[in-house]
Design a binder for this molecule. Sequence first.
Ligand code: SAM
Length: 471
Amino acid sequence: MYDIMSPKAEEFISDEEIRACLAYAEENKHNRELIDEILEKARKMKGVSHKEALVLLDCDLEDKNEEIYALARKIKEEFYGNRIVMFAPLYLSNYCINGCEYCPYHAKNRHIPRKKLTQEEIRQEVIALQDMGHKRLAIESGEDPVNNPLEYILESIKTIYSIKHKNGAIRRVNVNIAATTVENYAKLKEAGIGTYILFQETYNKESYEALHPSGPKSDYAYHTEAMDRAMEGGIDDVGLGVLFGLNNYRYDFTGIIMHAEHLEAYKGVGPHTISVPRLRRADDIDPDVFDNGISDDLFAKIVACIRIAVPYTGMIVSTRESQQSRERVLNLGVSQISGGSRTSVGGYTDEERPEDTVQFDVDDRRTLDEVVNWLMKLGYVPSFCTACYREGRTGDRFMSLLKSKQIVNCCHPNALMTLKEYLEDYASPDTKAIGEALIQKELQTIPNEKVREKAAEYIANIHQGQRDFRF
Ligand code: SAM
């Protein structure tokens, strides 16, 4: 039975409801009248239901698809402007007791070296990340209560926040660790984390169970209900994701929108972000074994339809994607990207064997400076802003800012000020020159005069050592 308000995974992600949607969308993918109706509703920019979103995803009428892409671009522009938030992953440990079939850290992989960073090694990694210019990290860890207990994660977060190297500081630590208890989520909240991220991998229970044959992660309900527990523990920014390539994309697309709807209806606040990772080659893992891979065209359509379905949710694309693929989805809805990423434990400082513990091959291997430079040439403003969460603008407070479109008087100046800090402290001469001109131009687009003047004044003072002013 489908029940959006149920705390039970099998009811808020009802298989029966998803299958009914799959059949409905298949039947209506050429239904111009219905597609027009859905687009009409979508143009109000308040979202559409999972069922309606799937009809748009399945639609193969060329002119309607053009309208879908145009609307996704418009929503992106309206809510998020041209800002792109930057972050990097930091792998703490690849010890893992789970049996995930697609991940090289699975417990049965006996040839991958196991590594867990000491606090001193974390320090070195964070200094390397700060020297690149990063301010926002997503920490990653395998699940292993003996080697990586929650206390280790908490201690690591404390270490990360404590490191102030030159003008560097990590101002927001997002956390991507296994599903846990309400008590543990409350401890993560207490430690000052930003977003709690957990990918569902797939919403199809049968497929989920086959892909996770052993370990705590094999419990579908416990995993799927994790975000409800996280919110109960006080974390109000949560990040969803599915790993495209594992299961039928239509099923998982519908599932992730239903999950977002459930959180909004049941917990009063939808997900802060949705990630759209695609399966990559890795040690012991051949993505071709999984026959659900999706093309770049389909990937772009998924991003556009998520943007339309949940306009208030940020979207994240990692370096799993190529430069070309990232470029394509940036204006369709993506608001955060990683840059200069290493997906191995100790990858930012391990000069000798940096690839030994790699989780998957990254496609975009450019440095952070190259990514920032590229973004600006495309007309985007790379942002290193972390203000919202530090000002307490999380959960529904952030959502109301976004919904009232006041973000332009808040996020835009913050983005420009943090970009200026980046240019001053870390950028190459070419990136700096492009960025200085961009900042002057973008300052003029801030509607509120007082905010504009204050931001300009602060930006002018950055080279004299001023840091970390925020709206
Ligand atoms: N261990 C935690 C868990 O299982 O949820 C979170 C950390 S895990 C390092 C982060 C994510 O990497 C997983 O949720 C999965 O979606 C993704 N991942 C694993 N293997 C991958 C692969 N071969 N290609 C792309 N992404 C992969």
